[in-house]
Design a protein. Structure first.
Length: 332
């Protein structure tokens, strides 16, 4: 991306900048109050580009904090909303009494027509995408439940399409014609509108606030765990990376599941081992082979884990299961 110039100005136009970058932010995002960097330095100017009525802004230097107060909103009204999408690091977002921290693999929406505050984490880079609010074709009531909510970019919801598209547009340095830019701006607008609609449909279905695609993402995570139980290195970090979400958000997904991610992996491994040990066959694999097949690093670890769940050692369980023709061993 090139350094910021006022919309409509030639690419090489010389523009005046304030030391803290607030002028650039006002042109490409909204009139805001800008907080200085902790070391007092100005850093580099934000970088932005226009795609039709869409404005993309990469924010990774001064200022570290942005806020739009009710007084600024009244004095300088703006018909726009913005998508906040961290490229790396985290960003704190506050609007309508909600405060969230958005990390890589997540996004959130803010309404630039109302007061808000953003604070970029140390060393963070954030992509801000501004688009006209009226272009979404949504009411304030439609937008309100979504604002200041963390949305995962992974999974199979609309955000899984929108996130990579915005990242790609933000990283691209290719020149685009006005016609192409306007078409891409329209595509992004349709995705954002679909994201809001998906959120509200999911919220109505579950009777309260929810993330778009949350249930689908949970199913995808559970299926991934079942497919990779045999990998001893299966971990929350690897699961999160496979689904394009942060580890923090992965753990948040399981807050309503009455089980942690680590505990689910452990439980599913023990259950698969129990099924195999109880299965009759002409040739039965050794207990150590069963343990290894389902991701346990040592027979001793497996034995302790199995006994903690079923109250018997794997050897006792198998002997009881294979010795009883009509019924498996009693469960504790």
């Amino acid at each position: 991306m090139r350094a910021l110039t006022a919309p409509g100005a030639p690419p090489d136009a010389d523009t005046e900048r304030s030391a803290d970058g607030a002028d650039d932010l006002a042109r490409w995002l909204a009139p805001v109050s800008a907080g200085a960097r902790p070391d007092g330095s100005a850093g580099h100017a934000p970088r932005g580009r226009g795609l039709g009525y869409l404005r993309l802004l990469v924010w990774e230097a001064a200022p570290a904090r942005l806020s739009r107060t009710p007084r600024t909103v009244a004095r300088e009204p703006l018909d726009a909303v913005a998508v906040v999408l961290p490229r790396y690091g985290t960003t704190a977002v506050a609007q309508d009494g909600r405060g969230v921290t958005v990390a890589v693999g997540e996004l959130t929406l803010i309404d630039l027509r109302r007061a808000f505050a953003l604070e970029r984490g140390p060393g963070a880079s954030v992509l801000l995408c501004r688009l006209p609010a009226h272009a979404l074709g949504l009411s304030a009531a439609d937008l309100a439940p979504v604002l200041g909510r963390v949305v995962p970019v992974g999974g199979d919801g609309v955000a899984a399409l929108l996130g990579p598209l915005l990242h790609g547009l933000g990283a691209s340095t290719a020149a685009m014609s006005m016609t192409v830019g306007e078409r891409l701006g329209g595509v992004v607008t349709e995705f954002v509108a679909a994201l809001v609609n998906e959120w509200n449909e999911d919220r109505q279905e579950h009777g309260g606030p929810a993330c778009p695609g949350r249930e689908a993402l949970l199913r995808a995570v559970r299926e991934h765990i079942d497919r990779h139980l045999g990998d001893p290195d299966l971990s929350p970090e690897r699961i999160a990376a496979a689904h394009g979400i942060s580890v923090r958000y992965l753990h948040r997904l399981f807050e309503t599941q009455d089980i942690t991610v680590g505990r689910l992996i452990h439980q599913r491994r023990v259950e698969q081992c129990e099924r195999e040990l109880s299965r009759r066959g002409r040739v039965n694999p050794s207990i150590s082979a069963v343990a290894q097949r389902w991701g346990f690093r040592s027979p001793a670890h497996f034995s302790r884990a199995f006994k903690a769940v079923y109250g018997h050692s794997p050897r006792q369980w198998r002997a009881a299961a294979l010795g009883a023709a009509d019924s498996p061993p009693p469960r504790p």
